[in-house]
Ligand binder design. Structure first.
Ligand code: ADP
Ligand code: MG
Length: 431
């Protein structure tokens, strides 16, 4: 069988029962830590956004996928109100009491605040939860823009709900009609307990992701649609710059302010708008000269990006769904929209950086790469590329070599599968 560059056999990669590997390895860690097996495991994926960047806080559209990288929480209910946590990736432990809701100890480590936050808000909303012993471990790279934090709060939410449920022994089915409510709760945890003023996308995709489908999400109405994503022999390939996103927070706030300023000014000419989402590109073009140049660039990017998401989704929906491994025109156009998105982020929105631009330039120069862009807030983090399987080897070799030569460090490369959203495994899966 043909070996691919990441050390995985391509056929094995498809067939491998990664889910059961994941379950048995964390169950073992739980047993080593607490002396007996867990009763359930909650598992939530990270995500990558294929197109629609910086559109969420402008009430716009996004198109993320859940990836096969997860934060897992193996746990066993307790009969008292204590929560005993061990986070094995960061080698930390923490305990708290579910009834001590209003006092978070100064010493509580950053990672524990997501769990304390989840427990506190679930209780505030009247949900039945219970104490538990838990081991947390995962493979979503931390702080790389693939949303390890959302995966952590989503898996914590399911773990607390499962612990409080009689259904847990057979696996806790996450109620379909509650997923959006739970996503909103996890978003509040980021705002109120981690101090990160994020949008709703990350938590929503972690809960609502569907294998081989992208999630078309309207960030204003929160309406969503699962859109088939037949990659026709291509892989979603993520490259981590391994650069710290130091500018990300301050520049993020500045971009939000510029967008709001643009809406305020344009209101004089275009009535009934409350966000950039409401402005058609043709109307913007008529009035863009009224804006200061920087505001103009920021607004242009967001309005064009919203249009690109709509175009990308329409391409996928009208495409022949019986595609084989041949690259079809719709996928090439989809890749072109990803490239245009990066150019806008680099030139108009100015949230890229030399490392992201370099990874994008290398990727785009390789035959078989149909599109590449930075993904996430910017100033570091990751790029996402759509790479044909025959080009994976060249991709890996060239990206590593050329990035190392120019930046001095090796990037990490992850080959991802588009996966289902969060779930809880119970007795059946654990046995
Ligand atoms: P990301 O882009 O990965 O979401 P954030 O800075 O928003 O980056 O979140 C990272 C934080 O989430 C970490 O500092 C830690 O507190 C928590 N976290 C993520 N993954 C883990 C893990 N495997 N174990 C413990 N905490 C984690
Ligand atoms: Mg995060």
């Amino acid at each position: 069988m043909k070996k691919n560059v990441l050390g995985n056999d391509l056929r094995t990669l498809r067939n491998l029962d990664q889910q059961s590997n994941r379950i048995s390895s964390i169950a073992q860690k739980f047993e080593e830590t607490f002396g007996s097996p867990p009763t359930f495991i909650a598992s939530a994926p990270g995500r990558v956004n294929l197109i629609g960047e910086h559109t969420d806080y402008n009430d716009g559209y996004v198109f993320p996928v859940a990836i096969d990288k997860y934060i897992n929480i193996a746990a066993r209910q307790r009969t008292d109100r204590r929560v005993t946590l061990h986070a094995s990736d960061v080698n930390g432990s923490w305990e708290f009491n579910l009834d001590a809701r209003h006092s978070i100890s100064q010493q509580a480590p950053a990672w524990s605040r997501y769990l304390i936050g989840v427990a506190s808000l679930l209780q505030a909303f009247g949900r039945k939860i219970a104490g538990m012993d838990a081991v947390i471990t995962g493979d979503v790279p931390i702080g790389a823009g693939l949303s390890s934090s959302a995966a952590l709060s989503v898996s914590a939410t399911l773990a607390f709900l499962a612990a409080g449920s009689e259904l847990v022994a057979d696996g806790f089915p996450v109620p379909e009609n509650e997923k959006k409510e739970l996503a909103a709760l996890c978003q509040r945890v980021e705002h109120e307990f981690a101090g990160v003023n994020c949008g709703i996308m990350d938590q929503t995709i972690s809960l609502l992701g569907k294998e081989n489908h992208g999630l078309f999400l309207d960030c204003r109405s929160l309406e969503h649609e699962h859109v088939p994503l037949n990659l026709a022999g291509h892989y979603i390939t993520i490259c981590n710059t391994k650069v710290k996103r130091e500018l990300a927070t301050s520049e993020y706030n500045k971009r939000r302010a510029e967008c709001a300023k643009g809406v305020d000014i344009l209101k004089q000419w275009i009535p009934n708008i409350s966000s950039l989402r409401d402005i058609a590109l043709t109307d913007f073009k008529k009035h863009e000269e009224e804006l200061p140049i920087l505001t103009q660039k920021r607004c242009r990017y967001v309005i064009e990006e919203n249009t690109r998401v709509l175009d990308a989704v329409s391409l996928l929906k009208t495409r022949n769904q019986q595609i084989t491994e041949k690259t079809d025109e719709a996928l090439i156009q989809f890749g072109g929209l990803m490239n245009a998105s990066h150019n806008g982020l680099r030139d108009d929105y100015e949230v890229s950086c030399k490392e992201l631009d370099l990874l994008t330039d290398i990727a785009r120069s390789i035959t078989g790469v149909i599109g590449c862009r930075m993904t996430g807030a910017g100033f570091g983090g990751c790029t996402v590329s759509i790479v044909h399987k025959d080009a994976l080897e060249t991709f890996q070799t060239r990206v590593k070599k050329e990035y190392r030569e120019q930046i001095g460090i090796e990037p990490e490369i992850y080959l991802c599968r588009v996966s289902d959203g969060a779930q809880v495994f119970g007795r059946k899966e654990l046995s």
